[in-house]
Design a protein around this ligand. Structure first.
Ligand SMILES: Cc1ncc(COP(=O)(O)O)c(C=O)c1O
Length: 371
């Protein structure tokens, strides 16, 4: 491991992720397989570490966004099935087959190409086929489902192992979700009518897993594994990531001193500022300047002026306790009785927890603890 001098770090509590996994399992239909969505480096939490912890906790499947992400999991010893949620792409098919990364298929051309690759390798390759029931993203349109199934039926080297769709409104509209379920049921019936019985049928993301009546035998939660609620109508689970740093430098400024680029904030009284070694190049959103707080000695200290690339200034004038170089600071997570959730920052930044978590850059070292 490289020596580390900068105190800015994201600590990941793998136990919390495993507890969230157990909670999500209790919400899924009894006997369902769980597929943990580990794309984007497990939403910024470190895919190999999260995968190993969840595999030990009994997670049966993992989902990733690309062949590269799948290979990273294979290289870190993950033997469980891995679903390529966006497929392997034009150039990744051969590699996906060799490494047993399961393709999601949503168009005839890709199915035919994969069939050829599988035939060349003399394998029968499992696929999960995806229907677009209202997401408007990947998936066969319902009007094209019958023709698509005809084409798949002719692919003798493919085996339909799974059938899936993705909910677009599971966090906010039960009515839209019910419409998607109805459309999905029709698609499932058409598959069954051909005598095909895919082993796995799946649709539920975190919001679906936490919120709906469960008909299917696989669930695909992502965000809730890491703690944040998938939408405003859900309770968060246990936050797994703490973003922390230490005060780099502190100084006292007189009233009337502008702080940071463009002087968007000027002190109105003699003020103690603490300069933190974290900025937007770490993925701490620049838009949080003047809006968000950090925790110092378990109390909230407001950010003053603009967040810079590497540095952020906070006002510690009202903090009880001595603040000096090396004083611990929490930007996401708990300190003492106080807490700043990633969702609070996301709201202030006008985005969602997913974007803040996946936006934490490689400059922030991750550490993992399993208690
Ligand atoms: C196809 C698919 N399934 C499951 C998930 C997990 O979703 P969430 O993180 O909202 O639980 C995602 C993530 O966007 C996805 O794209």
């Amino acid at each position: 491991m490289q020596p580390r001098f900068r105190p800015t770090v994201a600590e990941v509590n793998l136990d919390a992720i495993c507890r969230n996994f157990a909670t999500l399992r209790t919400h899924a239909r009894q006997g369902s397989r769980m597929l943990a969505a580990l794309k984007a480096d497990a939403y910024g939490h470190g895919a190999p570490q999260v995968a190993r912890a969840l595999a030990a906790a009994g997670c049966e499947w993992f989902g990733v966004a690309s062949v590269e992400e799948g290979l990273e999991l294979r290289a870190s010893g993950i033997a469980q099935p891995i679903l390529l949620l966006s497929g392997a792409g034009r150039t990744g098919m051969e590699t996906s087959v060799v490494n047993e990364l399961t393709n999601v298929i949503y168009d005839v051309g890709t199915a035919l190409r994969l069939n050829e690759v599988a035939a060349r390798q003399q394998r029968i390759v499992p696929i999960h086929i995806k229907i677009d029931t209202g997401m408007g993203r990947l998936g066969v349109m319902p009007s094209e489902w019958a023709l698509f199934l005809d084409a798949i039926g002719a692919c003798s080297s493919l085996h339909i192992e799974g059938l899936l769709t993705h909910f677009s409104h599971a966090d906010e509209s039960p009515k839209r979700t019910a419409e998607q379920v109805e459309c999905f049921e029709t698609a499932i019936a058409a598959v069954h009518a051909r005598g095909w019985k895919p082993t796995f049928v799946h649709a539920d993301n975190s919001a679906g897993t936490l919120g709906f009546e469960h008909r299917y035998n696989m669930a695909r939660p992502g965000i809730a594994l890491y703690g944040p609620a998938p939408g405003p109508s859900f309770e968060p689970l246990e936050a797994a990531l703490t973003l922390r740093t230490e005060v780099l430098f502190t100084k006292h400024i007189p009233a009337g001193t502008p702080v940071s680029y463009a002087g968007t904030w000027t002190s109105k009284r003699p003020t103690q500022l603490a300069v933190l070694p974290i900025g937007y190049a770490d993925g701490y959103p620049r838009v949080l300047g003047g809006r968000a707080h950090v925790l110092v000695h378990g109390q909230r200290a407001p950010i003053r002026g603009r967040v810079c690339m590497d540095l952020t200034m906070v006002d510690v004038t009202d903090i009880q306790g001595n603040v000096e170089e090396g004083t611990p600071v929490v930007l996401i997570g708990a300190q003492g009785d106080a807490r700043i959730d990633v969702t609070e920052l996301a709201d202030l930044a006008g985005t969602i927890s997913y974007e803040v978590l996946t936006g934490l850059t490689a400059r922030v070292p991750r550490t993992w603890e399993m208690l």
